[in-house]
Design a protein around this ligand. Structure first.
Ligand code: SAM
Length: 300
């Protein structure tokens, strides 16, 4: 269980007794901790939502005790969930974001002038409401983007009801496969995702980490299911300081486009988008997997 507690004994003497710490367990004997000041708390029908402030990471929030977004490193996650797919298919026009209540993914998608519509379905209005108030860095997009249509609802139902070929890009910006996020990691959901994608469509989804046992298990499960449905199914990684092990993976799945062979680096560069993490070299490098990750995927 992840906790907020008082620790006098943490680290060096620079941390005074009685400070408040948020801690997230990565394994029963491993915990990542952030000194914090509580900012807001709410129990929604779906999850426990907590906002804190940390001097280094700025405002951050957790869902059911798991770090979701911090002001300091969100740019990495949001660059990497959006830009690789956009550089593979520059003709993407219709985008569906599932989850993503903080707005960071919608913010990055909204930077592309060629995008015609951005549909977003988030199950928990409280996440959006609190992010609007405490995390405008990501959530301001909700108030300024006319191409964005926000639906409060379950992504699983939304996708089941969507028309065949309705989208060019699906971004599954979900929580981990527990609670409301569980349905976003099922074969039935991925089948619907395949169905509602256009022939040059791409799906990007969270495929967890490859270091700690729980994350490995979830990565294997997700990757196996996606690979059984999509002809192209690859993993790409990125350095994420506040996620378990500091390294995290997205899945790139498509009906045929290959993330490296179909990489339109020059066309993407000509858009002139300024990014803090993503670039053409990172694009190529992120699809190179270490041997221990290939091993986890049974590809060693
Ligand atoms: N970047 C973050 C991370 O992976 O830690 C997560 C992004 S965002 C906060 C995840 C969102 O997915 C949450 O706001 C949650 O409410 C939403 N979500 C979970 N299950 C969902 C579902 N079935 N349908 C739609 N949204 C869902």
């Amino acid at each position: 269980m992840n906790v907020i507690d008082e620790h006098a004994q943490y680290g060096a003497s620079s941390i005074p007794a009685g400070d408040l710490w948020f801690g997230e367990y990565y394994a029963p004997d491993v915990r990542f901790a952030l000194q914090c000041q509580p900012v807001a708390q709410e129990r929604s029908p779906y999850q426990q939502i907590d906002f804190y402030r940390n001097p280094t990471f700025g405002i951050f929030f957790t869902l059911n005790g798991y770090v979701q977004v911090t002001s300091k490193d969100e740019f990495i996650y949001h660059d990497m969930i959006v830009h690789p797919a956009m550089a593979v298919n520059p003709d993407i026009r219709r985008v569906l974001i599932i989850g993503g209540g903080d707005g960071g993914t919608a913010r990055e998608v909204s930077r592309y002038p060629g995008i015609e519509k951005i549909d977003m379905v988030e199950i928990d209005e409280a996440v959006i409401r609190l992010c609007r108030r405490f995390l405008p860095q990501t959530a301001a997009v909700f108030d300024r983007e006319p191409r964005l249509t926000l639906t409060i609802g379950d992504g699983v139902d939304f996708v089941a009801k969507a028309a065949d070929g309705a989208y060019d890009l699906l971004l599954v910006d979900s929580t981990d496969p527990v609670g409301p996020g569980e349905g976003l990691f099922t074969a039935a959901f991925y089948q619907d995702c395949y169905r509602i994608l256009s022939p040059k469509g791409i799906m990007i989804n969270q495929q967890e980490g490859a270091f700690y046992p729980q994350d490995i298990w979830e990565m294997q499960r997700a990757h196996k299911k996606v690979s059984a449905i999509f002809p192209v199914s690859k993993l790409y990684g990125f350095n994420m300081p506040t996620y378990a092990s500091g390294y995290w993976y997205f899945g790139f799945a498509s009906k045929g486009l290959d993330p490296l062979q179909d990489h339109h680096a020059d066309q993407w560069r000509r858009l002139g988008l300024k990014t803090k993490y993503y670039n053409a070299d990172i694009h190529r490098a992120s699809f190179a997997l270490p041997n221990y990750v290939l091993d986890v995927l049974g590809q060693a």
